[in-house]
Design a protein. Structure first.
Length: 318
């Protein structure tokens, strides 16, 4: 029997087993209400030799770990075939490594957890935190766990680790910034716990949480007063601006370590972006950011002067 036919047979057997158990007065969720992805392409020879169905799960648990497999399955749309194998698992592990390292980062630098900072960067991540709490709860109520885990992934990996974590590197002595980082990570970890119970519990214990277990914590409820949808939209625009400036630097073959004089940012309504001026300057290493109203345009002045750099080495010179 080939892989796909065997999997279909396994699924059909579920309803038979369920009826037998119900006959013994045991309660079991009906198959119709069970979220399950069909296994699609399986290219790994070891997995193929082992067989589909429970065999794949058993071997996967041994080789890749339970939470890696949970991550793969949670992110998968149940209506689409799941490509299963160790290549997919390696990609999943890279995501979990980011979350694990973020936990170590928070443990090392966040010693204060109470009053939170109110700078524009912190207000943005706080808004994202509360928005994600709201969206995850809504998706889970609708039995859409794949959408919920996507929100958690975006928040922990992209927003908190790769964006906020980078922007506050020089601000970590500020106790209020530490509080924002800690509280945001802890809430994200609580949201993650039902999906990845083992890694979430381990990180929680390392952070010396207040409860004996993360599963004794209350479910994170959103504070809608802290959600600023406009701020989140503006920050997304700012990130796009930064990426465009860096691309222009790359095209001009001028590394970020070389300071440049100015960026001209033109848009229909540039005023809301001005609050992010220092972030743009810092992330792109320019001395000035100029805003103007007009057609959408991002123009980097690539002229390097003696005042902007201590030394400029020209390739090929002695």
């Amino acid at each position: 029997m080939d892989t796909s036919k065997k999997l279909v047979a396994d699924q059909k057997e579920w309803s038979v087993v369920a009826k037998e158990l119900e006959g013994e007065n045991l309660k079991l969720a009906s198959y119709d209400n069970t979220l399950m992805s069909a296994i699609g392409d399986i290219t790994d020879k070891t997995v193929l030799d082992y067989g589909a169905g429970p065999g794949v799960l058993a071997l996967g648990l041994q080789k890749m770990g339970a939470d890696v497999m949970r991550w793969i399955y949670s992110l998968q749309n149940p209506s689409v075939n799941l490509n299963f194998g160790y290549g997919v698992a390696r990609e999943a592990k890279r995501d979990l490594d980011v979350i694990w390292n973020l936990g170590n980062y928070v443990k090392l630098y966040s010693k204060h957890h109470k009053e939170e900072a109110d700078d524009v960067t912190s207000l943005w991540i706080i808004s994202r935190r509360e928005s994600v709490k709201e969206k995850v709860s809504e998706y889970l109520e609708k039995l859409q766990p794949q959408q919920a885990i996507q929100e958690i992934k975006q928040f922990l990996i992209e927003d908190l680790s790769r964006t906020y974590g980078q922007l506050i590197r020089d601000e970590l002595e500020d106790k209020k910034v530490q509080a924002v980082l800690y509280n945001s990570f802890l809430d994200g970890l609580k949201l993650l716990a039902p999906f990845l119970p083992f890694i979430a519990e381990k990180i929680y214990q390392d952070l010396e949480g207040k409860k004996k277990s993360i599963f004794l914590e209350d479910w994170p409820e959103p504070n809608r007063k802290l959600i600023d949808n406009n701020l989140e939209i503006y920050m997304k625009t700012v990130k796009d601006i930064i990426q465009e400036v860096l691309a222009q630097r790359d095209k001009a073959k001028i590394g970020v370590r070389w300071p440049l004089p100015n960026i001209l940012i033109s848009s229909d309504d540039p005023k809301p972006l001005q609050q992010f001026k220092e972030i743009i300057k810092k992330q792109t290493n320019v001395k000035q950011v100029t805003f103007k109203t007009g057609e959408k345009l991002i123009e980097l002045d690539t002229k390097i002067t003696k005042e902007l750099g201590d030394k400029i080495w020209v390739v090929g010179d002695d």
